[in-house]
Write a protein that binds this ligand. Structure first.
Ligand SMILES: Cc1cc2nc3c(=O)[nH]c(=O)nc-3n(C[C@H](O)[C@H](O)[C@H](O)COP(=O)(O)O)c2cc1C
Ligand code: SF4
Length: 434
């Protein structure tokens, strides 16, 4: 099974596609013009519902269904485009914006029309300065052409789009923390319910979608539901931009239909190009750092939401990290949990304290070379106390690397203990880095 057609990364190779006139020459902004002049907002919501488009931000929630949760007759409404993209191993949103910003802006504008929002914000991780400038330039061109602003194309529809740069925090990708940050407060998650569709930004009905999700919308409107559903699988229609990294020969973003086997993404010469130096696969983290690990036994698994869930993992953000047999599982868990500890917002005890103690214990075992059998029990105990008890999914995600490492590679933790006791006080750090 190979790629039939690009949906989101279409035209990325066309020179200057980031320019309004070039995008327009290739049919860009036409779906938006058609929607505004010939379709009602409800028509577009129905189309997106029928297309089966699922949110690409991690949970895979059906986009049209989410839009349907907006309470009737309550205004103003807001559309938020989530481009915080801080999940380790995930980098496709950034590339979509860099290469083809108008496809995203057209998707934002179309979706704002569908949900009857007159203001949309694109929230970007603070460090994405160049991408923010690219977007701002493209938005200015769209205003100039009359596709944004007041009384667009004489239809009476008004829309303003703003780019907002955060200060750079993974937690600000969580939808309620993003809204807090946008309102000028500390980026910490809010208790749900109420869900954003009912009470979101400034307490008003708000829809929040990922960059890749919104970039799909112009194509759905332009080509129709049947065409869209002819890609991917029944329950996961369309394509996914997988961000492939780790010990593969050709890391990068590859857009493939849902359901393509993991092996094809890794091994095909067009995509991953196989493992570096021909070494065997040891760990596969299929949905960004938050996803439970898989092993080489799962290489034939189809890449779609259902198949990965059935295998005990998740498709998540589609960041596929592939590591070979030279890595140490405890070291990988240590590095990943160090990330989660750093990004913990500190609001709740299980995550704030749990990530701290996970990292402290792993640091002693892995970096300092002092490991005891009791440390292994401590690690089990910490992650069990965190699981199911954190305020938001960041803390729950921090459980995944250590739980996966302990379950799949228990002998490597035991080897750390043996190594410690056999060295009689003289310790060398375990520094396996590539
Ligand atoms: C800690 C954390 C970080 C997240 N970061 C992002 C992100 O960077 N981008 C994103 O689209 N969704 C992120 N999400 C998911 C969002 O909360 C939300 O579900 C998503 O933006 C909805 O968009 P979708 O329906 O298009 O998937 C994150 C969730 C959590 C718990
Ligand atoms: S789980 Fe972590 S990131 Fe989420 S609220 Fe608690 S401390 Fe903050």
């Amino acid at each position: 099974m190979g790629l039939t057609e690009h949906i989101v990364m279409r035209e990325l190779d066309i020179p200057d596609i980031s320019d309004f006139a070039v995008y327009r020459r290739h049919g860009g902004w036409e779906a938006y013009r058609y929607a505004l002049t010939e379709k009602t907002p409800a028509d577009i919501v129905q189309m997106v519902k029928d297309s089966g488009l699922r949110g690409r931000g991690g949970a895979g929630f059906p986009t049209g269904v989410k839009w349907g949760f907006l309470p009737k007759g309550v205004y103003p409404r807001y559309l938020l485009c989530n481009c915080d993209e801080s999940e380790p191993g995930t980098f496709n949103n950034h590339q979509i914006i860099d290469k083809n910003p108008h496809q995203l802006i057209e998707g934002v504008a179309l979706s704002a029309y569908a949900i009857e929002a007159n203001v949309a914000y694109i929230y970007m991780r603070g460090e994405f300065a160049a991408a923010a400038r690219t977007l701002e330039r493209a938005i200015a061109q769209a205003y100039e052409a009359g596709f944004l602003g007041k009384n667009i194309l004489g239809t009476g529809f008004d829309l303003d789009i703003y780019v907002h740069r955060g200060a750079g925090a993974y937690i600000c990708g969580e939808e309620t923390a993003l809204m807090e940050s946008l309102e000028g407060k500390i980026g910490q998650p809010r208790l749900k319910p109420p869900f954003p569709a009912v009470a979101g930004l400034y307490g008003k009905p708000t829809i929040i979608n990922n960059v890749e999700t919104l970039a799909n919308v112009p194509r759905i409107v332009e080509k129709g539901v049947a065409w869209y559903r002819s890609h991917g699988t029944e329950k996961s229609p369309g394509t996914k931009c997988f961000s492939l990294s780790g010990h593969v020969n050709r890391p990068g973003n590859y857009e493939l239909p849902f359901g393509v086997p993991l092996r094809e993404l890794i091994e095909s010469p067009e995509y991953g190009g196989g493992m570096k130096d021909g070494r065997p696969v040891k760990i596969i983290i299929p949905g960004g750092a938050s996803a439970p690990w898989l092993t080489a036994d799962h290489l034939d698994i189809p890449l779609d939401y259902e198949s990965l869930a059935a295998a005990g993992s998740m498709l998540g953000s589609g960041g596929v990290i592939v590591l070979n047999d030279t890595v140490s599982a405890p070291y990988v868990a240590y590095k990943m949990d160090e990330f989660f500890k750093h990004e913990s917002c500190g609001k709740c005890t299980p995550c704030r304290e749990g990530t701290h103690w996970l990292v402290r214990t792993l640091h002693r075992m892995v970096e300092e070379g002092h490991a005891t059998a009791a440390d292994i029990d401590t690690l089990h105990s910490i992650y069990r106390q965190m699981a199911g008890n954190c305020f938001c999914l960041l803390g729950e995600s921090a459980v995944m690397p250590i739980k996966s490492a302990l379950q799949l590679f228990p002998h490597e933790f035991e080897a750390l203990v043996k190594r410690s006791s056999s060295r009689n006080g003289y310790q060398i750090p375990l520094t396996v880095r590539h």
